[in-house]
Design a protein around this ligand. Sequence first.
Ligand code: ZN
Length: 152
Amino acid sequence: MHTMSDGTSDKIRPSDAELRARLTKEQYHVTQQAGTERAFTGQYWDCHDPGVYRCVVCGTELFSADTKFESGSGWPSFWAPLADDAVDTVTDTSHGMVRTEVRCASCSAHLGHLFPDGPAPTGARYCMNSASLDLAVDTGTKPDADTGPDAD
Ligand SMILES: [Zn+2]
């Protein structure tokens, strides 16, 4: 196993030990080891709740449910990020393919891949892993303080 040291120490990135303790095995695998959850198994591919999808690692708001669409892929798909600078895109040549990897711009967590076959108005398809995302459901009321796993 090789470890990349790419000078991302200035990012808001929790320690590896903290992430292993806080994330599920799959969340850790996807976000930290660029894994991919199996299609149609994630929490959000068929989710239609309004709200904002945040990075499961650092909490940065990444995608709005308003830009989510039915891609048929089995992964939650969006045609645009919440803000252009919310995500980073990196050329990924793993698995013998040339793809565009999408990472959280704040903590470099792996989110999924970007494909050019999405719907209007952007034509982009951000194919994300549910395991990388944490939906803050918009219930129309003010968010409560009991949403964080900080009880300890
Ligand atoms: Zn993040």
